[in-house]
Design a binder for this molecule. Structure first.
Ligand code: HEM
Length: 211
């Protein structure tokens, strides 16, 4: 007997969202590796792999701008759907249940769960801090000393926040939540995945597709 559900594909990310996401990922990793190489002499060996110190000193800020612009595009597309609702606020107070796989103890999630939403806002705030402090460090001769000193501290701190949140994100999107990559690579998910991870979103999809 065949399972009719296995034929159903639920669209999750359209081509625009996927291109935007992978552009963010590529520019993020390039800016991170070049930034780390420029930051610490112990990591300077990475500069050799990425084209040499002179080259990465020139490319790092430009790729940083590409990343910030893509994040702006991402915010335009997703910010509305990333607002926390009443269920999300309860979800956050019971986050430990998510970590222990006790999903029944959590309120149902919409298209994104509260953890994904928090990660999105953290990443957006870190990107803004990176962009502003990076601009000051790019043109130090135009900037007052106080702003230069503030940026020297803020830029690596924002980078550490951003890298930490992306490490969590990559772990969640690959190892921790199987089949998530299908959504970001091929654009769709299967009903079982949607019902388990995003029940409210799944319900809305069913209602609007008469399934
Ligand atoms: C190799 C690196 C990355 C991998 C493997 C990855 C993987 C994924 C996957 C599988 C999803 C879909 C999750 C779902 O359907 O619920 C996703 C969504 C998303 N990604 Fe990534 N991603 C990477 C890098 C990044 C970077 C660098 C950013 C931004 C700085 C980013 C921001 C987002 C956002 C905002 C979402 C939607 C909400 C969420 O799922 O957290 N990703 N990513």
């Amino acid at each position: 007997m065949t399972n009719p559900e296995a034929e159903i594909r639920i669209p999750r990310f359209d081509a625009y969202e996927r291109v935007m996401h992978w552009m963010a990922a590529l520019s993020f990793f390039y800016a991170t590796l070049t930034g780390l190489a420029l930051w610490s002499p112990k990591l300077y060996w990475m500069a050799t792999m990425l084209g040499g110190g002179y080259h990465i000193r020139g490319s790092h800020p430009w790729v940083g701008i590409v990343f910030a612009v893509v994040m702006g595009v991402m915010a335009r597309r997703w910010a509305k759907g990333m607002r926390l609702d009443a269920d999300d606020r309860v979800w956050l107070t019971r986050m430990h249940k998510y970590a222990t796989h006790d999903h029944a103890a959590l309120p149902p999630s919409g298209r994104f769960n509260a953890g994904q939403k928090m990660l999105f806002w953290t990443q957006l705030a870190a990107t803004l801090a990176l962009f502003l402090s990076g601009f000051v460090l790019w043109f130090p001769e135009w900037m007052p000393r106080s702003l230069r000193l503030l940026s020297i501290a803020a830029h690596p701190l924002a980078a550490i926040g951003s890298i930490t949140s992306i490490l969590v994100h990559v772990y969640m999107g690959t190892a921790a939540v199987p089949h998530s990559m299908r959504a970001m690579l091929r654009g769709y998910v299967l009903p079982e995945w949607a019902r388990f991870h995003h029940p409210k979103w799944y319900k809305t999809w069913r209602a609007s597709n008469d399934v």
